[in-house]
Design a protein around this ligand. Sequence first.
Ligand code: FEO
Length: 164
Amino acid sequence: MITDKMAKALSEQVNFELSSAYLYLAMGAQFEADNLPGFAHWMKAQYQEETSHGMKLFNYLADRGGRVTLNTIAKPAPEFGTPLEVFKTVLAHERKVTAAIHALYELAMAEKDYATQSHLQWFINEQVEEEKNAEDIIRQLEALGDKRHLLMMLDHRLGERKVG
Ligand code: FEO
């Protein structure tokens, strides 16, 4: 049986992951409206990933006898700016997620909860990938400047992203 403290913290992370999904879906909506279907596809894939992260924690908590409590998901901003600004927001958000996962891991260590430490290892590794993905796209967007044809090439490439 998981401790109440650990269960509550993991439940909050379920909400954080689902609110991340909602944020990325809102960014996808902006890219759809801006006629950048590849960027929109990337964000919709990210939405699905975040949902799967939330469900991974949801199912783990259920397996350990914990209770997930769903909270309100904040309304995302109506606009996120240029593609470069959007991905800078993504990176800043992912760094917050990384910090939250690390805090969960520290709590699991303090609680001597070895099963949760083991489960969180996957998330620690995933966050390395999440930050790297955003950093790579930021670098590419910075390199192409305001050249629309290069932006469309990047849009095409992002449209090839597979989920998972
Ligand atoms: Fe689930 Fe992007 O962290």
